[in-house]
Design a protein around this ligand. Structure first.
Ligand SMILES: [Ca+2]
Length: 200
């Protein structure tokens, strides 16, 4: 069935929902510590609440210093050079279009936690799509020791679900722990369309 599947893929892929700025590479922050509030109050493609932002920040080239990531203290950035973070309770969200009624989808992302300033809790994160919980609230612990950057962030996948209608749904990544100092690190957010094997 491989040839048939190869024929179908381009058509279906074109209709798949696309997350904007999924890897948080679109912005170039320069103001410490990389909060959106200190960098034009914008994360391209996303709406945020709370103390969210992007690391690293890129200093003046004339300062002869490399990128600085105060929130990123362990684990390898899984995609590109940048990640998003939410310190304390907050959310990153965007409206994603292109869903088809009955189509089967899965939400995925990469996550990790800052070791420093944990407070009394690790971050607790959940993901909703169109108000429906697709990734249950769960604690995120650091994937590596401090200043160990070899292991990429955890990969998290939702269960496969069917879209209840055509159109767009709001994707919300939300931290729900009480601690205001603990910080989740996020990258490589996406929505996959699950294509069934074609049977004759
Ligand atoms: Ca990235």
């Amino acid at each position: 069935m491989a040839p048939l599947l190869a024929c179908l893929l381009p058509t279906l892929a074109a209709a798949a929902p696309v997350v904007q700025n999924p890897s948080f590479e679109a912005d170039r922050y320069t103001a410490w510590p990389g909060t959106a509030a200190a960098n034009g109050k914008a994360i391209t493609g996303w709406t945020y609440t709370g103390n969210a932002g992007v690391n690293p920040l890129w200093k003046d080239p004339q300062a002869q210093k490399g990128p600085d990531s105060p929130f990123h203290d362990n684990g390898a950035v899984p995609e590109g050079r940048q990640l998003a973070f939410i310190q304390g309770p907050g959310r990153l969200s965007q409206v994603v279009s292109g869903f088809e009624r009955g189509g089967r989808y899965m939400v995925f992302l990469r996550e990790n936690t800052r070791l420093q300033r944990q407070g009394t809790q690790w971050p607790r994160v959940q993901v909703t799509l169109g108000g429906e919980l697709v990734v249950s609230a769960h604690d995120v612990t650091p994937i590596a020791k401090k200043d160990a950057f070899d292991v990429p962030f955890y990969r998290v996948e939702s269960a496969v679900f069917a879209a209840p209608r055509d159109g767009e749904f709001e994707l919300v990544i939300e931290t729900v722990q009480e601690s205001r100092t603990t910080t989740i690190l996020l990258d490589a957010v996406g929505i996959a369309q699950i294509i069934e094997d074609a049977q004759p």
